[in-house]
Design a protein around this ligand. Sequence first.
Ligand code: FES
Length: 173
Amino acid sequence: MAWRIWINWRRIIIPNNIDLSLLTPILKKYQFEEGTLIPMLQDTQQVYGYLPEQVLARLSRDAKIPLSRIYAVVTFYAQFHLAPRGKNTVRVCRGTACHVRGSGSILKTLSQTLGINEGETTNDLQFSLETVACLGTCFLAPVMMLNRSYYGRLDPQKARTVVESYARSEKES
Ligand code: FES
């Protein structure tokens, strides 16, 4: 069972069966010491896959860190996620080199293929679609990443084929 809500015009799926007891070992490990907020959040995200609102509220209460401070950190660093993420992440580069070589149409095609917009996750939690400023491989523009693999010199059809074949192989495995 899950809730579907909208945040900043993005559809977010929030599971309602979050086990807050998973936070206990993390709180014990860091002993509420000053300067441990970022590693504590990293560990928390590793456990839950993202940083659920209920978990952050409990963290704030038990570690005695103001919730506003936690949100300031979480929303500042791109590594933290406030919504559940897909098992697989597709990152489309929107840097200048990729943009001039058509990354916009690649993003549009992948958005249609997956049925989600940039920043969203599919209902089955298989894929998240993101954009990044530069993947550091401009010579391959336009580029995308699927998890840790790079795919370069793409066009919309190639990008769609990569994602569709990956989704098929995931289903078969
Ligand atoms: S601009 Fe796309 S990889 Fe650098």
